[in-house]
Ligand binder design. Structure first.
Ligand SMILES: Cc1cc2nc3c(=O)[nH]c(=O)nc-3n(C[C@H](O)[C@H](O)[C@H](O)COP(=O)(O)O)c2cc1C
Length: 236
């Protein structure tokens, strides 16, 4: 990319954020993860530039930070700005968690509200992760950024149960939980999790055309079923 193209793209990001605000979005997230353009500037594996947008980590961060500054300036002060990062890019000589700490400090200084900690995607398939997949496998990234940089973080990746999500928050590993595939499996997931965590007992968070009926059913089933309709079978 030429310097002129970089400048144009910084403006294009800001204009896109402005359109998103006008369209009614209440949060803006800059995507600097998963091998998309901004990631390719961050990682020394993909950024082989010899000008001020390459070289050491400060050169490699320059374009993503210019984008963040322009987006921050283009949206209302009260609108939360998130940045999704690949906390590690998954290559041997590439972007490491220590680099993410440096980046997160720079993001915080520019008014970013949440660092959304994902990983990988720079090489191979965008969904092929660099670390072995286990429940909450990327949570340690969110935890370290949060504790070292003192900035709120979002955890994502194989978070599939209410108690698991709640424990991440209660243990101070992250401030927000992002869910993708479990919400495809069950589009009512946030409402179900609220039930499991003891909230929403009268279905008050549901739309009335559902909530009224489900609350009525729960009252009918009082004593032999949970609000989510699981039958309580007593021994004998
Ligand atoms: C249908 C679908 C579309 C996705 N699109 C994006 C995307 O545009 N940008 C992104 O950063 N991640 C995207 N992801 C990845 C998710 O944001 C998330 O990081 C990943 O699925 C791991 O979380 P999960 O275990 O809760 O699914 C997508 C995932 C799914 C299932």
């Amino acid at each position: 990319m030429s310097i002129a193209e970089i400048k144009n793209l910084v403006d294009a990001f800001a204009a896109a954020a402005g359109r998103a605000i006008r369209a009614g979005f209440e949060v803006i997230e800059v995507h600097a993860a998963h091998g998309y353009l901004l990631t390719t500037f961050l990682s020394p594996v993909s950024n082989t530039r010899t000008d001020r947008y390459g070289g050491d980590i400060f050169g490699r961060m320059r374009f993503p930070l210019e984008v963040v500054e322009a987006v921050r300036a283009a949206i209302p002060e009260a609108t939360p700005l998130f940045v999704r990062v690949s906390a590690v890019d998954g290559t041997a000589e590439g972007w490491k968690l220590d680099d993410t700490i440096v980046f997160a400090r720079a993001l915080k200084a520019r008014g970013v509200d949440i660092v959304d900690c994902s990983s990988g995607g720079l090489t191979g398939s965008a969904t092929a992760g660099p670390v072995s997949r286990a429940l909450g496998f990327q949570v340690p990234y969110a935890a370290r950024v949060r504790s070292e940089v003192n900035i709120p973080t979002m955890a994502v990746g194989l978070i599939i149960e209410a108690s698991q999500a709640e424990a991440i928050l209660q243990q101070g590993q992250a401030d927000l939980i992002a869910i993708a595939r479990q919400a495809q499996f069950n589009p009512n997931l946030p409402l179900h999790w609220a039930h499991e965590l003891g909230l929403n007992t009268r279905f008050e968070m549901w739309g009335e055309e559902y909530g009224w009926w489900l609350n009525k059913r729960a009252r009918t089933m009082d004593g032999f079923a949970t609000p989510t309709g699981q039958i309580i079978r007593r021994p004998g």
